[in-house]
Write a protein that binds this ligand. Sequence first.
Ligand SMILES: [Zn+2]
Ligand SMILES: [Zn+2]
Length: 565
Amino acid sequence: MIRARSTRVFAAGACLATTFLAHDAAAHPWHRHRGDEARASEDASATTSDRSSGREATDLPFILTAAPRTPPARGLDIADAFAAFEKLGQISTRRDDRWFFVESNGLPDHPLMVGIRNWQQQVPLPQTYTGDNAWRIPLQPVRAREPASTKNRFLRGAIALAVNGIPIFNPLNNRGEDALAIGELDEYGGHCGRADDYHYHVAPLHLEKIVGKGMPIAYALDGYPVYGSTEPDGSPMKPLDACGGHEDGAGGYHYHALEKYPYLIGAFRGEVIEREGQVDPQPRAQPVRPALPPLRGATIVGFESPAPETRKLVYEVGGRRGSVEYTVAGDGSVQFTFVDPAGRRTTESYQPRPRGGGGPGGGAPRPERGPPRPGPEPGPGAPRPDPTQPRQGGRAAMDPNGPGADAGSRRLASRAIAVSSPAFETGGKLPAKYSCDGAGISPPVAWQPGPSGTQSYALTLWHRSPDGVKSYWVVYDIPADITQIPEGARSVGRMGLNDKRRAEYDPMCSKGPGAKEYHITVYALSGRPQVAAGGASRATLLEAIGDMALAEGTLTFSFERGVRP
Ligand SMILES: [Zn+2]
Ligand SMILES: [Zn+2]
């Protein structure tokens, strides 16, 4: 695969040089026939209705049978570019005198997610890119005096909208890395952001098969179309300027897409408004759950649809498989079932939050300040998503009374053990002495003995934040004959590293209003996890535990600054 950064050819500035590389016809990794692959992304919302025909999109290479609505005096009318997918029921469009609006649920009608080997644990969920949260393309693009480079700007949000209603983000992720080159993308060039919003990071050249050569595959958010490898008249692509496009000979301008970096739109030739690092306005993706951290070493190997509203993502890590299965209900609530590679099964449910809306008069108040925006990108340095919390349940890891108690076909003989604290009630409030408001010592913890064969115990104290799981306390190598830790103990087992990389208890000290939920999970292990001498973080420990867990249990409690229980 050709992904050399040396092909990065444009510099910020005028799009004058014809330095964009010629189109390379080599096969690219996200482009393939649909064949017999699972139809992975059928509707989970109202905007997709015409999927019952069962026709493969590849059977429809020239479905643009409708005559252009307006004779293309100066080229194509934008509506014609989107007509193929509007006919398929995947998008709907409208316009006013300024904008062309595209509504979609953000889910493409092609297999997705498979092939990602740098996965942030997000999954595709339907989005409400509708109403005043629809995508909007300027109907009268205005040539910018100075093109705005996308090389180190516009690293957040979309820079273009594909004609199937899926946003295209900058090929560089918001850390400036080539998202395709580092394995973040599926075979179609897409993945999910922190709001579980699916988007592409490279040009969706596979759409050429559906819309036909010579039709745009996308529109840049400055209003100029993006073509694939051929000119609108079917002739081979002419040389490109540093923006990745050229004059169209009729007073207009268009871009072309390449199969390798810089893929598309090296700079905006048309005027765009930049606000907080992204093109403004653009819709906002709405998370229903907190974002998760990357799952290192995982590759997504399957994405299926076992039932109409259910999706099942299967990943492989260390030669073993885990899965995330989720069902979207009519009211937008989502029920997740996670089975980790050790066979542990947990469930979570989330309710949709009121949408903030992407434009003026956008309905319910936005939960967070800031402009409307698509889903923030995964990874360090990403903007924070809304601090959504599960409305019910949360993680119910092995809680015998919780919704995750159904062990189903779990491979291991995993069992639940009760975990408690003599200092506070299960589900209760953490006394201040165990927080930064007090002495900040670790709380006492007790647990039921594990099953026979238990060789050691491990314990973690964690919290699920919008940024992922935070870890405050890690203890392992606790001898099998011990079933409690007194408060402030430092000599039971071995202390692992908290998120501050210190081998100690990190007292709860949450900023911000409201009580937050924390969890102490105790694992009964069939052996002693092997970790490096420097000590184990929670992630390292869980990796080392692998399938050693014979049983586990979680004690949940809440803590709020300055509130004395
Ligand atoms: Zn992304
Ligand atoms: Zn051209």
